[in-house]
Design a protein around this ligand. Structure first.
Ligand SMILES: *[C@@H]1O[C@H](CO)[C@@H](O)[C@H](O)[C@H]1NC(C)=O
Ligand SMILES: *[C@@H]1O[C@H](CO)[C@@H](O)[C@H](O)[C@H]1NC(C)=O
Ligand SMILES: *[C@@H]1O[C@H](CO)[C@@H](O)[C@H](O)[C@H]1NC(C)=O
Ligand SMILES: *[C@@H]1O[C@H](CO)[C@@H](O)[C@H](O)[C@H]1NC(C)=O
Length: 529
């Protein structure tokens, strides 16, 4: 038996045990289940064009990074790798400008915190569409196909915060698209976590929408159907495994499972299919069995948890892609689908509230280098990395070889570094989990130093840190002491120290202050520990 962690979650049993099958929703920990598939029920013509070509895979482009690659570099990566579609989480004009005339189909997003204003005012929705859709289509040549209204707004962890505003916002955006004359080419949708539905048994055929939002879901589904718009769902088998130590590992992947579920003759040997078909049953039961479904997010992280590593991510993503390329559907909906991988690039500034893995969902590292062999079916070369990436200088900040592990400055310094940079590759089962104590400290110091653009002041932990030009990364394994890339937003001065003064606004100032301040702050923290 797994433990229920939230009331809305529904369990599904497989074979003789009860397990929660599904997770759903990477952004917060929730257990649930979901489903999905791609589809378009727009005009028949549009539909025919799409099905007559291969459904190209899409990818999510998130930007919560301290050192994002320049937008034109990312757009080139998308094209070099044969992605046909990209899903954004907002409507950043820099990104949309870079996507102009790229040929890529774009889903723009409306963040949850904008839903209330868009729900309350048709004019606000018209302004949003004018500024963030019409202008980019008309003057920039951006091929916007979808507007994602909110992002997983009905997650149980939001306590209903967006329940009242999401559907009105959806309606207002649709009205605004109609008024702008774009309703035939741009479709609305709501990327939902798979916790909006569940099954009362092990079988997808017992699926239905979550009881607390059932009437709302039906209104939304009807609205989507009436407007030829798709249902978008995010499905995360990784979270099933993360949340439940008894979850059968093989069931999370696509290589077969020894005791598959038999749902009245439909056989499920992976949780993705079971989850997606639970959605399809939920739709069918309520009269919308033909609604198009897009998988808004699907992927596997590579670090930050014992199940998050390069091998598992490769296994999951390649397993998914192989089915995608072949057009294998689910037992309930065989055939081609529409999906967006999550995600393109690691984001080192994401909240780690859901878990340390949260910063490691990329197919590519933060600098646009490929993590593993991955065949997207678009090129024989495998993944194509970002080109012309400019790095900071080849230097690292480490725990000084002459410093003692017993130095009282060590704990607060590490805590400070990790709180202001990224230490999610440290810990049990992670890429740098086998470092010794000195290596651990060095990793933390370097992470902070790089995040601060190698400012000299960012390697001045009181007499226990030192700068080195020797790569401290272990020679074996996947643990890498990284060097950050130059970014326009953070100064990007070619790695020379002369430019560091111009970067003080990016946070270098932290350590210019007497370290006693940070000692004070973090002593407290460590006393608790
Ligand atoms: C367009 O989108 C951006 C980013 O999501 C947002 O900040 C801006 O307010 C939007 N424009 C309007 C008129 O709402
Ligand atoms: C939801 O409610 C829980 C428990 O009452 C609370 O801890 C949490 O902060 C709330 N979350 C949000 C997003 O309001
Ligand atoms: C669903 O689509 C199938 C195949 O196109 C069609 O035969 C069926 O009538 C449709 N059902 C509904 C409820 O629209
Ligand atoms: C290194 O740091 C990680 C994460 O803080 C910790 O779990 C591990 O025990 C540390 N290893 C050593 C040898 O100190």
């Amino acid at each position: 038996m797994y433990k229920k962690t939230c009331t809305s979650q529904v369990s599904i049993a497989y074979s003789d045990n009860n397990f929660n099958f599904f997770y759903l929703g990477k952004v917060f920990m929730e257990l649930i289940k979901g489903i999905s598939f791609g589809g378009f029920l727009v005009s028949l013509l549009f539909f025919n064009v799409l099905v007559s070509t291969v459904f190209g895979i899409g990818v999510n482009w998130g930007t919560q990074a301290t050192h994002p690659l320049p937008a034109p570099t990312v757009v080139k990566m998308l094209k070099d790798n044969g992605f046909e579609k990209v899903k954004l989480f907002d409507a950043d004009p820099t990104i949309l400008n870079a996507l102009g005339k790229s040929g890529l189909q774009v889903m723009v997003g409306i963040p949850n915190d904008m839903l209330a204003s868009l729900a309350g005012s048709v004019q606000a929705a018209e302004n949003w569409v004018a500024q963030n859709v019409s202008s980019h289509i008309n003057s920039n040549g951006v091929d916007i196909r979808y507007v994602a209204v909110g992002n997983e707004p009905f997650l149980s962890t939001y306590n209903g915060t967006f329940l009242a505003t999401t559907y009105p916002a959806l309606q207002n955006i649709q009205s605004a698209l109609i008024k702008a004359g774009l309703a035939n080419r741009v479709k609305v949708t709501i990327p939902l976590n798979a916790d909006v539905y569940g099954s009362s048994s092990q079988n997808p055929s017992d699926g239905d929408f979550r009881s607390d939002i059932h009437p709302l879901m039906l209104e939304i589904v009807k609205f989507l159907s009436d407007n030829g718009a798709p249902f978008t769902v995010n499905i995360y088998p990784f979270i099933s495994l993360y949340n439940d130590p008894n979850f059968p590992t093989d069931y999370a992947f696509f290589n077969g499972y020894s005791t598959p579920i038999n749902d009245n003759g439909r056989i499920y040997d992976n949780v993705f299919d079971a989850n997606l078909d639970t959605l399809i049953w939920s739709l069918q039961k309520n009269g919308y069995g033909n609604l198009s479904i897009i998988i808004g997010e699907i992927g596997w992280p590579t670090d930050g948890d014992r199940n998050a590593n390069l091998q598992n991510a490769q296994r999951f993503n390649q397993g998914f892609m192989a089915r995608y390329i072949k057009g294998t559907g689910t037992p309930m909906r065989p055939g081609k689908s529409d999906a967006y991988l999550f995600g393109l690039i690691d984001e080192d500034a994401k909240s780690i509230q859901p878990g340390n893995f949260e910063r490691h969902w990329g197919i590519f590292y933060f600098d646009g280098t490929a993590k593993y062999q991955f065949n997207l079916g678009t090129s024989s070369k495998g993944l194509v990395p970002a080109s012309n990436v400019r790095y900071l200088a080849k230097k690292w900040c480490i725990f000084s070889p002459s410093a003692s592990l017993d130095d009282p400055q060590v704990s607060p310094s590490v805590a400070y570094a990790c709180a202001n940079a990224d230490c999610t590759s440290l810990g049990y089962g992670t890429s740098c989990g086998n470092l010794d104590a000195r290596g651990n400290i060095s990793y933390a110091f370097n992470s902070y130093f790089q995040t601060q653009n190698q400012a000299d002041t960012a390697c001045k932990f009181p007499s226990i840190s030192a700068i080195t030009t020797q790569d401290p990364s272990p020679t074996q394994g996947d643990c890498k002491f990284r060097i950050m890339i130059q970014t326009t937003s953070s100064g990007g001065g070619g790695g020379s120290s002369s430019s560091s003064s111009s970067r003080s606004s990016s946070g270098v100032g932290f350590l210019k202050k007497p370290v006693s301040m940070m000692l004070f702050m973090f002593m407290f923290f460590f006393t608790i520990l």
